[in-house]
Design a protein around this ligand. Structure first.
Ligand code: PEP
Ligand code: MG
Length: 570
């Protein structure tokens, strides 16, 4: 049994599909028969093109990628067909070099050339195409297969170091879940898994070494446990557990259209976190009363260049229309930290999480910020829009963001464009400084949304992606609870509302305390909404206020946890 982090709930039993980039060796031998080697090279090149065509075809049929995302395959095909690339490699083979070595050498030269064009983002992106195509070419020459998610044709559990957003987009219906070596509950593959509603266990140290393709694997993504080659009895136990979990999910469905209200009549909103317009469907299917966090950076990350105003407008409009009349909180671009854009190279930083990111970047690159705000303002006519700025540390940052917003709004109105007159502009509370000063921020922001994923990492000085310090992710530590209380009280004192969109909002042990602290809105992944509603509907607000007051006076997370658990079990 291997232990990981339960990142997306569920239980699955299936064969291992290992997604591992093979290590390719480069032989250095010279060759005698040049013609035969050139023929071998041409055959591998043909196969490479056919492979790319095939992946593109399947991606198109699966329909999960947008047209602009499919363009990457065309770029790869174009590179594979480039006569100059082919000629350069053939020339080197003419000199007696073997085809693998020749391909490797030419690839290195081309990559260096493209990468040196620092002020040409388009050419820089071509370096990635050369890497991908020549890697595939060398693998074909060596007769080594590159694992391909789209080729999965029986029920499988994907085992990988980590999954990229494009890997997750290629998962087909045979993928029953995934287990990764790296990552934490808030890493992006984990967030993706929850929106796709497939079980995931991440941060499973040793899984890559232990699991072989075809092994039978049980993943208990309720507990974060993974069993390799289990016995018949274990399989039977977990089949029942999987069936029970499905039954439990079905039982929750009756709460889909119910209110989220305590036994003594205190109402809260339970809403969903989304990364793409499509995710809004999951929020609605799970009875979400709105969207509490639309992470717009995925729109930028899944694109080859900065998304245009029009592209953004379409995406925001789609979400607002789907969710209407429910509110949608859209967060402006939160890039930097662990989220990079290939076409927007940023200077390397010693501490990117503490660096040039989110609102800091947007206030510096107002061109990017203005385009997004214009798209949002135009989309506001199609639903109930709320805008929030990420990573606000000072009131001046909030004011500066709000000012750009007001300027774009005035311009659009002057142009005669329809803009809603009922847009709330709020901020994330995810830096301790803003929690401590929440009573001041509350005078100007229309609402707060507490981002505990970052608030915890900054309060505890513990990198949210580093497993070695994962023990410091302590949502129930009284120090955190006091910061959360400051944020909520700061909002209420000014007649504003306070939500939470960090992972803590969907945690069943934290919910009673957050309720008692007076949190107004709980925003979480779609699959957590119904369990959270079931819990809220079973609790008394008056009692939870007492539980919260007790928690605030405790010394450690363990004490708080034990107290809440005891309360819930009695
Ligand atoms: C957070 O920090 O809690 C949050 C919701 O934002 P993200 O996870 O995207 O940083
Ligand atoms: Mg954050």
């Amino acid at each position: 049994m291997l232990k990981g982090i339960a990142a997306s709930a569920g239980v699955a039993i299936a064969k291992v599909f290992k997604l591992e980039t093979p290590v390719l060796t480069v032989p250095t031998n010279r060759i005698e028969d040049v013609d035969a080697e050139i023929a071998r090279f041409n055959a591998a090149l043909e196969k490479t093109m056919a492979d790319i065509e095939d992946i593109k075809d399947r991606a198109e049929k699966a329909g999960k990628l947008k047209p602009e995302e499919l363009e990457i395959f065309d770029a790869h095909l174009m590179m594979a067909q480039d006569p100059e690339l082919k000629d350069s490699i053939e020339m080197q083979i003419q000199d007696g070099d073997n085809a693998v070595h020749a391909t490797d050498e030419v690839a290195k030269q081309w990559i260096a050339m493209f990468e040196s064009m620092v002020d040409n983002e388009y050419m820089q992106a071509r370096a990635a195409d050369v890497k991908d195509v020549t890697f595939r070419l060398r693998a074909n020459l060596l007769g080594i297969e590159i694992p391909d998610l789209g080729k999965m044709n029986e029920d499988s559990i994907v085992v990988a170091e980590d999954l990229t957003p494009s890997d997750t987009a290629q998962l087909n219906s045979f993928a029953k879940g995934f287990v990764t070596e790296l990552g934490g509950r808030t890493s992006h593959s984990a967030i993706m898994a929850r929106s796709l509603e497939i079980p995931a266990v991440v941060g499973t140290e040793g899984i890559l070494k232990a699991a072989k393709a075809g092994d039978i694997l049980i993943m208990d993504a309720l507990k974060g446990e993974v069993f390799l080659n289990p016995s018949e009895e274990e399989i039977a136990v977990y089949r029942k557990k999987a069936a029970d979990y499905i039954q439990y999910r079905n039982d929750l469905k009756v709460l889909k259209d119910a209110e989220s209200i305590t036994t003594d009549g205190h109402k809260v909103d339970i809403v969903g976190n989304i990364g793409t317009p499509k995710d809004a469907d999951g929020v609605l299917a799970n009875g979400g009363e709105g969207v509490g966090l639309y992470r717009t950076e995925f729109l930028y990350m899944n694109s080859q260049a900065l998304p245009t105003e029009e592209e953004q407008f379409e995406a925001y409009k789609e979400v607002l229309e789907k969710m209407a009349p429910h509110p949608v909180v859209v967060r402006t671009l939160d890039i930097g930290g662990d989220k990079a854009l290939p076409y927007l190279p940023l200077d390397p930083e010693m501490n990117p999480f503490l660096g040039y990111r989110a609102i800091r970047l947007c206030l510096d690159r107002k061109d990017i910020f203005r385009t997004q705000l214009r798209a949002l303002l135009r989309a506001s006519a199609y639903g109930k829009l709320r805008i929030m700025f990420p990573m606000i540390a000072t009131l001046n940052e909030f004011r500066a963001g709000k000012q750009v917003y007001e300027e774009e709004k005035a311009k659009l109105l002057a142009e005669g464009v329809a803009v809603s007159d009922d847009i709330e502009v709020g901020m994330m509370v995810e830096i301790p400084a803003s929690a401590v000063l929440a009573d001041q921020f509350g005078k100007e922001a229309d609402f707060f949304s507490i981002g505990t994923n970052d608030l915890i990492q900054y309060s505890m000085a513990s990198d949210r992606g580093n497993q070695k310090v994962a023990y410091l992710y302590q949502p129930l530590n009284p120090s955190l609870l006091r910061l959360i209380k400051m944020a909520i009280d700061g909002a209420h004192k000014n007649g504003k509302w306070c939500g939470m969109c960090g992972e803590m909002a969907g945690d069943p042990i934290s919910a009673p305390v957050l309720l008692g602290l007076g949190l107004d809105e709980f925003s979480m992944s779609a699959t957590s909404i119904l369990p959270a509603r079931k819990m809220i509907n079973s609790l008394s607000y008056a009692e939870m206020k007492e539980v919260a007051a007790k928690a605030l006076e405790m010394a450690t997370m363990e004490e708080v946890k034990a107290m809440v658990e005891k309360y819930l079990n009695d």
